[in-house]
Design a protein. Structure first.
Length: 900
């Protein structure tokens, strides 16, 4: 046969086959589609017939690509049941089957009509293509022939499999048939044909279908992506282990050949079920075909007793266990989306739990460890409460924040938790009562020492037992009066006590409060004191009761454990937080656990952090690195700083802004710097150990670096609350200072220099530029102007070190001006410096100078003590105190000298 003849034969075969398909469609399928079944069984069969027709149309479209889809079937007034169509179309069937008689089975005839033309067409194609290949001798034609041979084999296997399955349904009892019979299901192997037995010794028969493995009289085990046949080496038995999500059992064969066939068919059935399609052809030669992957993705419904009973899991699996990303759904509305490991929740997950009493959900966004919540998480309860903190064994444990956002009883707790209850040090803010409790807790009750700060400014310290005040305490009132003794929750004095008034009077005795009679006392009133001691009116609370080392231990523990665990990236979120949005919607988020995630140019992966931290050990390089790390919301040190900032604000902002808490706050900030430096050292040591290097010992100690390097970097985070406490603490002194500044501002420059006893040869009179009709004696704010402007910059920075530098530059500007006046280098002695500095201070008019001075003094680097900075700060403090003591109205008014 030549090429032209072979090509012509192929075209003719294609045309003939297309015409055959058209006749089948017109004479058989189309009339069947017009049927309208009335009974339930007829409707089910009609659905299967619709599926058959769809596949037939797809085949026809492939055969004749240019042919359009047939017009929609036309409705007819006469309705036929599917079982009646054969009677009305016997003559049509005779056109397709030469051996058709009246006794021929209608179902067999229809079956033959639908598949025989296709098989004949495939055989004809194989014959024609073989002849064509003999002429062309090309590889491509051989490949085409091979594919058609596979197609012929596939058709035969599918038909044989269907017959095999049909025979099974007839052999089983109606009970098992009703349970197992599904139109799409096909039988792959039967233990009656290829003997094998289960390890339970209770199965009479084992059936392997394409989607299920059936152990008759035992149970049904779905194998749609769940099972795996694993070989077990045993000299006496030929055993297969079958792993399913809820149990594992064994299949025993009599010889290795039977075991090999069953193992191969089981694996191929699982693999094909996972792929969602059968192989082409269905079965290759024995031993061919890849094993199913140990890691899979599919859906399974748990049925047996256990944690996941009645739950549907959709996701990744490994050896029959949920492993990887997945979703669990229960019928009662519970949902869990997240990471799994070896059959348990492990890693980050989001869990929705419906509340029984109302149509709301509790939403947990947390890390799980071996099936239980562990690590940082956020829980949004259905009752409008939100918890952000750490969990362990499914309960709140460690540091956490619980806030009630409802309007009925809003509150916020920031502190330690143990076994789902408030335990240890914590801060409770009751927004309805307008008060804040700072102290210790036990089993959700105030227990031990505690400080209560109210919105009105009242502050007291008491001992609590199960939310009740016991023993005596100290009550600091807003008018600077101080009461020491017993008092009630409404701040009524009862029993023995001592009341110290702001004017220095002291009333000591027994206090009673009878209804309608007011407060009564029996005691002694001491009026000998002129003024109450500052040690009482400015008493600092909580120093002995709450050592700074015991505050916020829950925050430090998590970061310390993260370092001790080796700073593994997979545990970073569990220890230090994750990005999640405070919403019950399961969606991606940009909100961070402690802070908002910003667009950052620097990638802070743990391995990168440990690599980079080693490269920045020099003084300047270290400071730049720490500054960048502490500003980042992704670096561990930045996360630690943000957590401490939240704890600090929860204690000292708003209601907590009380002067009696200043020393507590100041201690905390210093301790924060110390702990951050320790954690930096921990990260550095770990990085060096991973590189095989020995960490260098810190010769100068941690204190110098904590105060000199870390404290200035972290102070901006705490400065607003901390400086407010300093202002409140020095409020009275600053008021006196401001009065003095107002009085001094009335003086012209020359009059003020004279008033402050500045030596005349140091007066910068050349700086007093006169205009028309202007007298020198009336000019103001011109002398030592550069020094004044320099000192005014003191309030532009929060860093004590930078404030000291500004003070030094102010001193240098004063000295430079004096040197210019005397026309030589002049080193100011103390007697000359103080009057000049007081002049500059009075002209700078810095508000809250007392708060500024004491903040610098308390937070400055200890290495600066005794040096120039310390000397200048002492001089500034002397000026501040001298201005307070001035009584300008008692001095004689000096005559302003006239000058031309």
């Amino acid at each position: 046969m030549c090429t032209a003849e072979a090509t012509a034969s192929l075209l003719q075969a294609e045309e003939t086959f297309s015409a055959c398909l058209a006749r089948i469609d017109a004479l058989i399928l189309k009339p069947l589609l017009q049927a309208e079944p009335s009974d339930q069984k007829g409707k089910e069969n009609f659905k299967l017939f619709l599926l058959l027709n769809d596949r037939f149309q797809a085949l026809w479209n492939l055969t004749e690509e240019n042919y359009r889809i047939l017009k929609q079937k036309c409705s007819t007034s006469e309705s036929f049941c599917i079982q009646d169509i054969y009677t009305h179309h016997k003559t049509v069937l005779k056109q397709f089957l030469t051996d058709f008689t009246s006794e021929t089975s209608m179902s067999l005839a229809l079956y033959t009509v639908l598949h025989k033309p296709i098989r004949d067409h495939i055989e004809q194609y194989i014959l024609l293509l073989t002849k064509l290949n003999e002429v062309l001798k090309e590889v491509r034609s051989f490949i085409v022939i091979k594919e058609y041979v596979k197609l012929e084999s596939f058709i035969g296997q599918v038909l044989d499999e269907a017959c095999f399955t049909k025979s099974l349904w007839k052999s089983l009892g109606y009970k098992f048939t009703d349970m197992l019979c599904v139109p799409e299901r096909r039988l792959l192997e039967d233990s009656k044909n290829l003997p094998i037995s289960a390890s339970t010794n209770r199965s009479d028969r084992i059936l392997l279908f394409d989607d299920v493995l059936v152990l008759i009289q035992v149970s049904l085990q779905s194998v749609r992506g769940t099972g795996r046949a694993a070989q077990i080496n045993d000299r006496k038995m030929y055993v297969l282990r079958v792993i399913t999500p809820e149990e594992t059992f064994f299949l025993s064969a009599k010889d290795p050949q039977m075991k090999a066939v069953w193992q191969w068919k089981l694996n191929q059935a699982v693999r094909q079920a996972l792929n969602g399609k059968r192989d082409f052809p269905l079965w290759g030669k024995t031993g061919e075909g890849t094993e199913p992957p140990s890691c899979r993705f599919f859906t399974y419904l748990f049925r047996l007793e256990g944690k996941f009973k009645s739950a549907s899991y959709e996701g990744e699996w490994h050896w029959g266990k949920p492993h990887g990303k997945g979703t669990l759904k229960w019928r009662d509305g519970r949902n869990h989306v997240g990471d799994f490991k070896e059959g348990l929740e492990h890693g980050f997950g989001i869990c929705l739990v419906p509340r029984r009493s109302e149509d709301r959900y509790d939403c947990y966004k947390c890390h799980w460890y071996e099936g239980k919540m562990r690590g940082y998480g956020i829980c949004e309860y259905g009752n409008d409460m939100v918890y952000k903190g750490y969990f362990k064994d499914n309960v709140r444990q460690g540091f956490g924040i619980l806030e009630n956002l409802s309007a009925e009883h809003p509150f916020k707790y920031t502190g330690q938790w143990e076994n789902d209850k408030k335990n240890g040090y914590g801060v409770w803010e009751d927004k309805d009562r307008g008060e804040r409790y700072i102290g210790t807790w036990l089993d959700d009750h105030k227990h031990g020492q505690g400080i209560v700060v109210t919105q009105s400014g009242v502050c007291y310290q008491r001992t609590f037992h199960a939310d009740k005040m016991v023993g005596s305490g100290i009550l600091l009132l807003e008018d600077d009066s101080v009461y020491e003794g017993n008092f009630t929750e409404d701040l009524t004095f009862v029993g023995k006590g001592k009341l110290s008034f702001a004017n220095g009077f002291i009333l000591e005795g027994t206090f009673t409060n009878k209804s309608g009679q007011g407060l009564q006392t029996h005691g002694i009133l001491n009026t000998s004191n002129e003024q109450l001691d500052d040690r009482i009116t400015k008493a600092q609370l909580g120093l002995e009761e709450f050592p700074v080392e015991k505050r916020w231990k829950g925050i430090y523990d998590q970061f310390l454990e993260f370092i001790h665990s080796g700073c593994k990236e997979e545990t970073e979120e569990s220890f230090m937080g994750f990005h999640i949005q405070t919403s019950k919607e399961l969606r991606k988020s940009q909100e961070y656990l402690f802070c908002q995630r910003g667009t950052e140019d620097v990638s802070w992966k743990i391995e990168d952090i440990l690599e980079e931290i080693v490269q920045h050990q020099g003084q300047e390089s270290l400071q730049n690195y720490l500054e960048k790390a502490l500003k980042s919301s992704l670096h561990p040190l930045g996360k630690l700083l943000k957590a401490l900032t939240i704890a600090f604000q929860a204690t000292y902002s708003g209601i907590g802004a009380n002067r009696h808490l200043l020393t507590m706050a100041q201690e905390e900030v210093k301790y924060y710097a110390k702990k951050i430096w320790e954690f930096y050292q921990g990260l550095l040591h770990l990085a060096l150990e991973q590189k095989g290097q020995l960490p260098a010992k810190c010769v100068d100690g941690d204190t110098r670096y904590a105060c000199g390097v870390v404290l200035p970097l972290i102070l901006p985070c705490f400065y607003p609350e901390l400086f407010m406490l300093y202002m409140l603490y020095h409020e009275r002194e600053d008021d006196l200072y401001c009065q003095g500044i107002v009085d001094l501002s009335l003086f012209p420059d020359i009059k003020l220099l004279e008033f402050l006893d500045v030596q005349k040869h140091l007066w910068p009179l050349k700086d007093l530029t006169l205009t028309t009709n202007q007298r020198r004696s009336l000019i103001k704010d011109k002398c030592f102007l550069s020094a004044t402007e320099c000192l005014q910059k003191l309030i532009t920075t929060v860093d004590p070190r930078e404030k000291l530098v500004i003070l030094q530059k102010t001193y240098e500007e004063i000295e430079s001006t004096v040197s210019r006046v005397v026309e030589k280098d002049y080193k100011l002695p103390m007697d000359d410096l103080l009057p000049l500095l007081m002049y500059v201070v009075s002209r700078a008019k810095i508000q809250h100078l007392g708060a500024e001075i004491h903040l610098i003094r308390d937070l400055m680097d200890p290495t600066n003590q005794g040096g120039l900075y310390d000397f200048l700060l002492t001089a500034l403090e002397s000026c501040y105190e001298h201005i307070q003591r001035m009584r300008l109205h008692q001095r004689e008014t000096c005559q302003v000298p006239h000058s031309s």
